[in-house]
Design a protein around this ligand. Structure first.
Ligand code: PGA
Length: 255
């Protein structure tokens, strides 16, 4: 069975390990019967090791960034290998909040390649900052995908998950707007076409997710009509019952 994917991006939350353990355990309890969903939680890196010790077969851990290198003189950085050793199996790369800090497609490309070598599955985030009447945003996303995936071998490509996250719909964007399942559907079709043009049949099993203020209220619509294989939730993942609710909706929509 092809499982759908629900990812929780905790961003820089919560403040303490105690809160992180409570949130993680709360989700683990509520999703203990999930069968059709790959559930991935990406906490701040400082909590990874402790959360990896909480027993659950249902949730895998991911990181929110990884430095392209293994060890060395890189002050403040954490490598993919280190994250793997802490228990991470996925890594979000190219999130708009990191691009905002200056991360370029070229840097993200290096991070993707290195993360694959480290044994992590990259979740590549792409998405336009705003939409224009001339539909230039399609070219913008195409360029992000082509530059971020340049030189990735056909053998590795199916390990990569692409998350379409229109920046204008993300909860932290001032004056954000709601994206619709139709916005997600047309971009998901477009992204599949880019991937297939570039990687041929090796891209057929690649998963595409939607992210941007996903909640338990609209998760069903996006999963049903958004043309995607799963969702990436930020704010909603900080509430155990809301996030678990999204997982349960995913389980039902996979019937
Ligand atoms: P949001 O975050 O669900 O809070 O909009 C999604 C993301 O930025 O990954």
């Amino acid at each position: 069975m092809l499982k759908k994917i629900i990812i929780g991006n905790w961003k820089m939350n919560p403040l303490t390990l105690k809160e992180a353990e409570k949130l993680f355990s709360g989700v683990a309890r509520e999703v203990s019967r999930a069968k059709k969903t790959d559930i991935i939680i990406c906490p701040p890196v400082v909590f990874l090791n402790k959360l990896a010790k909480i027993r659950t077969s249902k949730i895998k851990l991911g990181a929110q960034d990884a430095f392209p290198g293994d060890v060395g003189a890189f002050t403040g950085e954490v490598s993919g290998e280190m994250l793997y050793n802490l228990g991470a199996r996925y890594v979000i790369l190219g999130h708009s909040e990191r691009r905002e800090l200056g991360e370029t497609n070229i840097i993200i490309n290096k991070k993707i390649k290195n993360s694959i070598v480290a044994g992590l599955r990259p979740v590549l985030c792409v998405g336009e900052n705003s939409r224009d009447g001339n539909h230039e945003y399609f070219n913008f996303v195409k360029n992000q995908i082509e530059e971020c995936l340049a030189g990735i071998s056909k053998n590795s490509i199916s390990k990569i998950i692409v998350a379409y996250e229109p920046v204008w719909a993300i909860s932290s964007t001032p004056d954000r707007k709601d994206a619709t399942p139709h916005d997600s559907l047309e971009m998901a079709i477009f992204i599949r076409k880019i991937l297939s043009d570039k990687f041929g049949k090796d891209s057929a099993n690649m998963k595409i997710l939607y992210g941007g203020s996903v909640s338990e209220k609209d998760a069903g619509e996006f999963l049903q009509d958004g043309g995607v294989d799963g969702l990436l939730a930020g704010r909603a993942s900080l509430d155990a019952s809301k996030f678990s609710h999204i997982v349960k909706i995913c389980e039902i929509s996979s019937n």
